[in-house]
Design a protein around this ligand. Structure first.
Ligand code: BTN
Length: 321
């Protein structure tokens, strides 16, 4: 169906005959696929007798060839899927099936996009970036220490380079603009840390999402389009993001997070703020001091500096902050 949508994405009329010839299928097969595009992805298609079919509004779909060209220096194979439960889950399945890393999977839509701490990630069709990179971990678990902070930094730098100068970081890896979440990072491990192991770097960026596409996100959020006032070319953005990621990952590999901590702190939004750190039922109140060389968040708790780390922790601002 994605191939058919690519032919239609220019928003012009195409006859059923021409579409069938281009895809090597019958006109009735085209008709069925058009119905699938409407029912499965909610895409409006005008059907005008004698003229053919056209999208109600043109769209730019993700294109693996463009993204691979934009990231040729990295040499990462890129796959674009129309819809999948979660790009992280898909990468984990491909790794389980013996696929060698590195490789990248993007999707136009996720039906069960995963966020941190068991939350879901809103993933409407053809609006945003849902991207997962598989990496082989050769240097032991030290290599993945604070890796998610490094990925957040690469994402924030990409958004800044697109004109969102105020994009900054909330520990551990949320990217915010004006206090609203614009991107998130979810790392998942696959395999045996004592043997061959892979890490899946999952990144979600709210790119062109509008209020009515968001499906009730339960926290303040924004998108690049809402901030910049113009639609963003997601293929160029994916290229920029992966290039930045490649650069920051190789710095992380060489020097660990210690070599990136100062830069992370430059973009840190909550230093000096009063915050509540939640771990399960336990809440610690303190003032945010910064992050340490292992990526832990340091708080001043009743005059004592304490460092906290772990994927299940959640940091919130206190009302008096
Ligand atoms: C967060 O909660 O902030 C992390 C969100 C991560 C979302 C991305 S979208 C691509 C990848 N696939 C997923 O299912 N999740 C990540």
């Amino acid at each position: 169906m994605l191939e058919l949508l690519k032919l239609l994405q220019d928003g012009r009329f195409h006859s059923g005959e021409a579409l069938g010839a281009a895809l090597g299928v019958s006109r009735s097969a085209i008709w069925k696929q058009l119905q699938g595009l409407e029912s499965e992805f909610g895409i409006d298609i005008f059907k005008v007798p004698g003229r053919g079919y056209r999208l109600a509004s043109p769209m730019i779909l993700l294109d693996s060839e463009i993204i691979e060209r934009e990231t040729a220096v990295l040499g990462w194979p890129v796959a674009v899927l129309a819809a999948i439960d979660s790009t992280n889950a898909e990468v984990l399945r491909r790794l389980d099936g013996g696929r060698g890393a590195p490789f990248v999977v993007l999707a136009e839509r996720q039906t069960a996009g995963r966020g941190r701490r068991g939350r879901s990630w809103a993933s409407p069709f053809a609006e945003n970036l849902y991207c997962s990179l598989a990496l082989r971990v050769d240097g032991g678990m030290r290599q993945v220490e604070a890796l998610s902070l490094t990925v957040g930094l690469a994402v924030a730098r990409t958004l800044q380079a697109c004109g969102l100068e105020s994009a900054g970081l909330k520990w551990p890896n949320d990217v915010l603009v004006d206090g609203q979440k614009i991107a998130g990072v979810l790392l998942e491990l696959s395999g045996d840390p004592a043997d061959v192991c892979h890490v899946v770097v999952g990144i979600g960026v709210n790119v062109n999402m509008a209020l009515d596409d968001s499906g009730g996100i339960d926290q303040p959020w924004t998108s690049m389009r809402r901030c910049l006032g113009a639609a963003i070319d997601r293929n160029l953005l994916a290229g920029m993001l992966l290039r930045q990621l490649g650069g920051y990952l190789s710095r992380h590999l060489q020097h660990g997070f210690a070599g990136l901590r100062d830069e992370w702190e430059l973009l840190h939004l909550w230093r000096g703020r009063s915050a509540a750190l939640t771990a399960g039922d336990h809440v610690t109140l303190g003032v945010v001091l910064g992050v340490d060389e292992r990526g832990a968040i340091c708080l001043n708790v009743d005059g004592v500096e304490r460092a906290f780390s772990g994927g299940e922790l959640s940091l919130r601002l206190r009302d008096d902050s």
